[in-house]
Write a protein that binds this ligand. Structure first.
Ligand SMILES: *[C@@H]1O[C@H](CO)[C@@H](O)[C@H](O)[C@H]1NC(C)=O
Ligand SMILES: *[C@@H]1O[C@H](CO)[C@@H](O)[C@H](O)[C@H]1NC(C)=O
Ligand SMILES: *[C@@H]1O[C@H](CO)[C@@H](O)[C@H](O)[C@H]1NC(C)=O
Length: 829
């Protein structure tokens, strides 16, 4: 008799108990050797696209400093509802919830960040997508108090739900403090220096003892300092009902499940017991609770509803999302179910456990942005300081996310796309322009008007209703043709203050003179990056123009600009020889790569080769003409020379993958006839830049772009040119990946339509050695792809309504990985 049965049973048990949600590791990408090399992700709880993310606080957060850092503190200073969307962005309207113990019924309440920290009990912390738990110790010498506080925290989009389990004795008096406002560090940057300047945003609080509630607001909005001045002027000229910047306020209402035994208000280090209201800097309010002398613990449940609209709206949000009497378990279950619905769109088989965890965490990260800014049919707009009806989203890091994150959302969250586009159009109506980097208000962070790409990609991929297409064209046409204010005077440096919407800075200088077409390096910052990015946006709009039947002259105007501009900043004489300080490298790579992008001045002369780039250098940007790869290959002297230049890019140490211009580069080999080298570099890149630890992202997550790269890489194809409706084939990571792609249209006649799920099934499978990284052949729905004959492409139409892709793997490369830069020997992967 064979003994197969137990093994079969075991695997059944394993599949039943390991769900995708358990593969998510929320601490991946939290930290790194420095903020630039860290994902900057926090182990927060909220549903997909949730408005407010709840997290334990180890640090005061501001630009470049996240609220929770796994590697440098075991002290927790409370819990916050944060709206900081990325590590390089500022916080807005955060709310703090801080438990503690006083030594008497009217004893001290520790409100200030430095004083209120409690040590987390070693090993007590657990991170989940919908539940965070920790045990805090209150028996430290300096705290005096005896015992511990257990914390459980979950959240819906606009309500944090926390439960504190105080374990002490009746000599101690538990309290929970709600922090309205705090000292806030504002990041200021000038071309020569940058510094932090402390500011004191206004907070307000009101205790409602008879209703067991504490409400208030926080007017903090750190990135207001870089909002376009037209918005600032518009908003600040309006009458306001108290302090802050314009009218922006993060309102909150905390509803407790039990009567207060006392209460009061704090301001800085001052404490006013029995006070009901406070207004000003560093404001907090607290509720005290009686510790039952006959019991071992006191459990306090608090639901903290948040709103950008008003206190009343916070209560509406509370009633809609976590009504009175809802146990924390039910709130947690609701958020868990929302994540399960999305995470279960993916089925992953084979591969390493670590890689499956990186993949599912990637899906978890990529579905957090942009986040909801609407509140049950209404939203507050910081562009005009008014409340409007409709859906709104914030956290648009478009310079990063147009590359792959948006393409991922089109597949995984199509139901959100019309609302997300309509939200951008509302920003246009209320502020005058489409967003670039919207952090509740526009921030002018990064460059170009890649909303043009987002809108084009969505429309070309079939999203043409649920938003105003005519208005969308009006808005992108403005991007392409209207320069920013004072375009000849302002350099539009990154984070430049006191300037208006940056949009296509340099547009007047680049396109006013028909002999030109580049952004002048002596007039504008980041001139080469801008020239190339604007060319790509023009390319996107030329496709949209065709699709929307605009006049042929409009199309050719855009097309010609897009094809001409990149080569105006191409210096065919530039080489890499002087890039190496190490003599050995200089000899090794001597003269290998000829031709680089380079900035140009008003008078047409070349600028310093190091000038004119953002998040990259001449190396990465010389590969950044995704809409004209054949042109690029020709400029580098043909396919062989182009491949050599890619080898030098990698082997010479020029790849900085943590920055987005590097993301599509490994796929360029395939477009130059060397898919084997794409296969190798994609695997090498994944291994070097992603892992299942807090250091698991080598660069800032940038609102999902780092994770979206990984997801596409794992699938085996990547959107090199996002508006092309084509993906370039790489090397799939897992034995089998099945995606259940939701869609706005049901097609019951499609063989891939799964009526029960209301989704299309896309299967990507490997055959041959599953450990092998090289690809021998690819078949899409039974038809072979001409991978080695020059067309390593999978089309959008092949996958978005399901499909079946089979990769035949090989342990050896089809062409052999030899022949790359200066004979460098590569590690086995
Ligand atoms: C977290 O703290 C560590 C140790 O102090 C530091 O090296 C790292 O840069 C911090 N990470 C972030 C994202 O700030
Ligand atoms: C905490 O626990 C881990 C093992 O879980 C141990 O390695 C570490 O030394 C402990 N730290 C302290 C401060 O006790
Ligand atoms: C810091 O901010 C205050 C106002 O909050 C301002 O008066 C002061 O000039 C700023 N200092 C610097 C160095 O920016």
């Amino acid at each position: 008799m064979k003994i197969l049965l137990p093994t079969a049973l075991l695997s059944l048990v394993l599949t039943a108990t390991t769900s995708n949600i358990d593969l998510v590791n929320p601490i991946i990408g939290n930290t790194g050797p420095e903020p630039n090399y860290a994902g900057g992700m926090i182990p927060s709880v909220a549903p997909p696209f949730g408005m407010t993310r709840w997290v334990a606080q180890t640090h005061q957060n501001y630009v470049s400093r996240i609220p929770y850092n796994y590697s440098d503190s075991d002290v927790i200073h409370g819990f916050i509802g944060t709206h900081q969307p990325a590590i390089w962005m500022g916080e807005s309207g955060m709310i703090g919830v801080v438990p503690g113990l006083s030594s008497s019924a009217d004893g001290e309440v520790k409100a200030r960040f430095e004083e209120r920290g409690l040590r987390r009990r070693n090993g007590s912390e657990t991170f989940g997508v919908s539940l965070y738990e920790v045990e805090l110790e209150t028996d430290d010498d300096d705290d005096g108090g005896g015992g511990s506080i257990g914390v459980a925290m979950t959240a819906t989009s606009r309500v944090g739900h926390l439960r504190f389990t105080f374990k002490t004795d009746s000599a101690w008096h538990p309290y929970v403090l709600l922090q309205s406002s705090r000292p806030s560090e504002l990041f200021h940057s000038t071309p020569t220096a940058s510094h932090f300047n402390i500011s004191y945003p206004e907070g307000w609080t009101r205790v409602f003892p008879e209703q067991n509630r504490i409400c208030g607001y926080n007017s903090e909005m750190q990135d207001w300092v870089i909002a376009p001045i037209s918005i600032a002027q518009n908003v600040e000229n309006k009458p306001k009902d108290g302090g802050g910047h314009g009218g922006f306020k993060g309102w909150f209402c905390a509803a407790f499940d039990r009567a207060f035994d006392g209460y009061g208000v704090t301001q800085g280090a001052e404490q006013r017991d029995r006070a009901l209201e406070g207004l000003g800097e560093e404001i907090g309010a607290y509720a005290r609770f009686e510790y039952p002398s006959d019991q071992e613990e006191l459990v306090v449940d608090v639901r903290v509803a948040v709103s950008f609209i008003s206190m009343e709206q916070a209560l509406v949000n509370l009633d809609n999302e976590v009504p009175d009497g809802t146990p924390l378990e039910a709130t947690e279950q609701k958020t868990r179910a929302a994540w399960e619905e999305k995470l279960n769109l993916v089925e992953v088989e084979g591969g390493k456990l670590e890689d499956r965890r990186v993949l599912m965490t990637g899906v978890f990260h990529a579905l957090q942005y942009p986040y909801e800014q609407h509140e049950h049919g209404k939203y507050y707009s910081a562009y005009d300081d008014e409340v409007h009806n409709g859906e709104s989203y914030s956290g648009y890091s478009i310079w990063d996310t147009y590359r792959a994150e948006w393409g991922f959302l089109l597949l995984f969250a199509p139901e959100r796309i019309p609302g997300m586009i309509q939200s951008m159009l509302q920003d246009y109506k209320e502020g005058g322009w489409l967003p670039m980097w919207k952090n509740i208000v526009e921030t002018n962070i990064m460059i170009a008007t890649h909303a043009d790409s987002l809108i084009t990609e969505a429309i070309l991929k079939g999203f043409e209703s649920g938003f105003d297409v005519d208005l969308a064209w009006e808005a992108v046409w403005k991007d392409a043709t209207v320069p920013p204010e004072r375009d000849w005077e302002v350099r539009y440096e990154d984070r430049e203050e006191g300037v208006d919407y940056e949009v296509r800075a340099g547009l007047s200088s680049s396109y006013a003179d028909p002999r030109k077409g580049w952004v002048d390096d002596d007039v504008h910052s980041e001139s080469v990056s801008r020239t190339l990015d604007y060319a790509y946006d023009d390319h996107a709009l030329s496709l949209l123009s065709v699709h929307l039947n605009k006049s042929p002259s409009v199309t050719s105007f855009l097309h010609e600009r897009s094809m001409k501009a990149p080569w105006l900043v191409w210096n065919s004489d530039a080489t890499s020889v002087d890039d190496y300080v190490n003599g050995e490298d200089k000899v090794r790579f001597q003269g290998m790569t000829q031709g680089f992008v380079q900035g140009r001045n008003v008078d047409g002369s070349w600028a310093d080769p190091a000038s004119g780039f953002t998040e990259g250098d001449k190396w990465a940007y010389s590969f950044d003409v995704v809409h004209d790869i054949p042109g690029l290959i020709e400029k580098r002297g043909g396919k062989e020379a182009f491949v050599q230049s890619l080898d030098e890019y990698y082997d010479g140490g020029w790849d900085w993958f943590g920055n987005e211009p590097a993301h599509h580069v490994p796929y360029l080999y395939a477009l130059a006839g060397r898919p084997d080298l794409t296969q190798y570099r994609v695997r090498e890149t994944a291994r070097a830049n992603y892992n299942d630890t807090p250091q698991g992202l080598s660069g800032n997550e940038d609102c999902g772009q780092m994770s979206a790269w990984y997801i596409f890489a794992a699938l085996g194809f990547y959107p090199v040119n996002p508006v092309s409706k084509e993906f370039v084939i790489g090397s799939p990571f897992f034995d089998k990946l099945t995606l259940h792609l939701p869609s706005l249209e049901a097609d019951a006649s499609s063989p891939f339509y799964d009526a029960q799920r209301g989704a299309y099934t896309l299967t990507v499978e490997k055959c041959g050695d599953p450990e092998a990284i090289y690809v021998k052949s690819v078949a899409v729905n039974g038809v072979g792809v001409d991978l080695y004959g020059g067309s390593p492409i999978i089309r959008w139409e092949d996958v978005y309504h399901g499909g079946h892709v089979v990769f035949e793997m090989s342990t050896t490369p089809v062409y052999g990985v030899s022949g790359d830069a200066a004979g460098i020997v590569h590690e086995e992967l």
